[in-house]
Design a protein around this ligand. Sequence first.
Ligand SMILES: Cc1ncc(COP(=O)(O)O)c(C=O)c1O
Length: 406
Amino acid sequence: MAIGVLFGAVIPEVWETLVAYLSINPSLPSHSSVGAYSPPLGLRTVRERAASYMRARDGVPAAADDVCVGAGASDVIKSVLTVLAGEVDGKMPAVMIPIPQYPLFSGALAELGIKPAEYYLDEANNWALSPEELERSWLEASQTHAVRALVVINPGNPTGQVLDRKNIEEIIKFAYDHHLFILADEVYQENIVSKPFYSFKKVMHEMGAPYSSMELASFLTCSKGWAAECGLRSGYVELLRLQPRVKAAFVAGRGVMQCPTVLGQCVLDCVMKPPTLGEPSYPQFSRELAEVRRTLAERTKTAYRTFNSIPGYSCNPIDGAMFAFPRIELPARAQAVAHEKNMTPDEFYCYRLLEETGVCVVPGTGFGQIPDTFHFRTTILHPREEFQHMMDSIRNFHHKFLQEYA
Ligand SMILES: Cc1ncc(COP(=O)(O)O)c(C=O)c1O
């Protein structure tokens, strides 16, 4: 589908973008080739395009100078975390991350020697962030470390929640009170089925002083959304209100990495400005987009309904992203067998599921979960029949698993 969208429907615009870059674009490398380096923060026109996308999204000013393009969101997330790696007043740094969490954050922090200060998402409250839990996590980590930043993933991976505005305001207030830099991973903002999306930037702006002058890093990528061109590796960070010396350190760090692929940047440019009414690709693009959205909405409902109909399963509504993260009750005997095999109970369950049905899901252990709770993550983007087959296989497997171990 993704390739279909970009190289099918949008091909005239991809072509126009490339031609524009190769012929008249003043920000292009001197010999006008996508095979040449671009400036390290990305081509000026692509950064402008990202800024205009955000202006249209939020109704809030956005500037190309605040945008840094990278080889996917992962690349720029890691660069931003790198800036936080130093000691503060003799204390090692810590960064608050959600649990469950997309493991890019725990992995990058481990590599950088930054302590992850974990806070649990509130499963009983549709995976919201509870201010009390944020406070608990902050207090615990700040006994020994300098807590410097707070990571929020909205919409959530693996949890699929979309935060409501009130919760975002609570998070911003918490970050303000504790002098924390917010890293808003908003890569799934175009993958939402049932709720409005509020960017942290917009909410901060609308809350007014003092929150509207807080520092912020927010991330977007062409790996997700309707394009889902994850192999082309392009994404960006918008960095707001950084102190000049911090921004300079960030820019210097990016400079030594040369630049993200210029071809990827061209694709990001297209994703930031999809075909509009009157353009040649618009009819096909809008048809394909509607189908992508319809399919996602259908899958979220089916996954939610099916998982909640299996005894011992519970699943929160899936508002966005592309995953379900159901919770499973596992019998004590199955847990004991798992431990004998040096596996966590959810790993054992997922392994048996794979062996017996061919269905491959990721154990909750990979994302973190409250001790003694068990989950798995599955994507929900399979073709309809395959998806139904997967749901039926899981249901039948669970039934047999319970007969064996209950
Ligand atoms: C929450 C989240 N952030 C960041 C990324 C990384 O995206 P990219 O492919 O742009 O590096 C992913 C990829 O799955 C993700 O789920």
